[in-house]
Design a protein around this ligand. Structure first.
Ligand code: AMP
Ligand code: ZN
Length: 113
């Protein structure tokens, strides 16, 4: 997708360290971390919003969440982590290529959910 920062990262046009990669998604570090450890899980397919995904594409999301749970200890998140998906302006979404924030490396007491 043209003018999409995450598509540019996936294509290698913007360099980034990949902490994990398989056929469906990559994991990179967030450039402006909001926790001691802040990764982004980015699907290789460009979806703007959850509401755009078809039934078969939704399968990608379940796969990615499950894979995150498997690789979490290798990312230094053995003590736990929080997953966040911002959707739309009210949530503060800034990059409209669906992604999952993976936050941890500390007690996640801000805010208390
Ligand atoms: P969101 O606000 O949910 O759309 O999240 C977008 C996230 O992408 C923000 O936390 C940004 O800090 C992060 N971000 C933007 N550009 C880059 C980049 N080039 N590399 C890594 N993270 C980025
Ligand atoms: Zn994209």
């Amino acid at each position: 997708m043209k003018d999409c920062v995450f598509c540019s990262i996936l294509e290698g046009a913007i360099p980034s360290e990949r902490f994990y990669e398989d056929e469906r998604f990559i994991v990179i570090k967030d450039i402006e971390p909001k926790a001691n450890l802040h990764y982004l899980a980015i699907p290789k397919k460009h979806y703007k919003l959850l509401s755009e995904m078809t039934a078969s594409e939704r399968d990608d999301l379940g796969y990615i969440m499950s894979a995150i749970s498997q690789i979490a200890p290798k990312l230094g998140l053995g003590g736990g982590y929080r997953l966040v998906i911002n959707q739309g302006d009210d949530a503060g979404q800034t990059v409209f290529h669906l992604h999952i924030h993976i936050l941890g490396g500390q007690k996640m007491d801000f805010p208390r959910l």
